[in-house]
Design a protein. Structure first.
Length: 237
């Protein structure tokens, strides 16, 4: 059974009462401004090497897309000594578990009201609010529109499709994949934004043509269930 990040964090706090040599309260009220030096993503966590006032340290947060060289903030943390990450096969001399890390100071210090990694994998993952872009992009040659895909998803399930659209959101290097949100201006029953996974690098605003395999009700664990997603996409020049 997987431990939620919040439960794990509270466990460290309680454990510190009896085992101070393993877990020590640290930096509970301070706000930290750090520069990302390295990031290692695993299933539910991001292990991030950061630089703060000339000192390097490792922090662990719920999976978060961060950019090397960029400034971020975090608040409450718990120090763990000689912590072994089985996913990475690595033991950290010291790692600080944080509730969240953000490039927004105010957001980084807001107390959590819900589990950042829900154990319930029967519901579709909570996704960021995506606004519909005012774009009109014709389907690629031998391709289909997003509306066609949404309308006839069962028909296209487990098949390779060609799509063309504008990148509306881009999250790199999560679970060794880059995650893209794509829109072409069409919609079906309110669905207009499609999630893709790829090894290719893009940026928000790019108009791209891709080819990838459709999957329905794809469960990545930790509550991340997509009713429709296109995987292993490749950019078509």
């Amino acid at each position: 059974m997987k431990l939620s990040f919040t439960f794990l964090f509270l466990f460290f706090v309680l454990a510190s009462c009896d085992s101070p040599q393993k877990a020590d309260e640290s930096k509970q009220s301070a706000v930290h401004k750090v520069i990302v030096q390295e990031v290692l993503h695993v299933n539910e966590y991001s292990y991030i090497r950061v630089l703060e006032e000339g000192q390097e340290s490792w922090i662990a947060a719920p999976t978060t897309p961060v950019e090397i060289g960029k400034k971020y903030y975090y608040g409450k943390s718990m120090e763990m000594k000689n912590f072994e990450s089985k996913d990475l096969g690595k033991t950290f001399e010291t790692v600080y578990f944080v509730e969240r890390i953000s490039d927004n100071l105010e957001e980084a210090t807001i107390p959590l009201t819900e589990n950042p990694h829900p154990e319930n994998t029967t519901k579709e993952a909570t996704k960021p609010i995506i606004e519909k872009k005012e774009v009109i992009i014709e389907a690629a040659t031998e391709g289909i529109s997003l509306a066609e895909l949404f309308k006839n998803r069962e028909k296209y399930n487990n098949t390779v499709v060609t799509l063309k659209g504008e990148v509306t959101k881009y999250n790199p290097a999560i679970m060794n994949l880059n995650w893209i949100h794509l829109q072409d201006g069409t919609d079906f029953n309110g669905e207009f934004d499609l999630t893709l996974t790829t090894k290719s690098e893009v940026k928000v605003g790019d108009v791209i043509t891709i080819k990838g395999k459709v999957a329905l009700n794809k469960d990545f664990g930790a509550g991340y269930l997509y009713t429709i997603i296109v995987e292993n996409t490749e950019l078509i020049k």
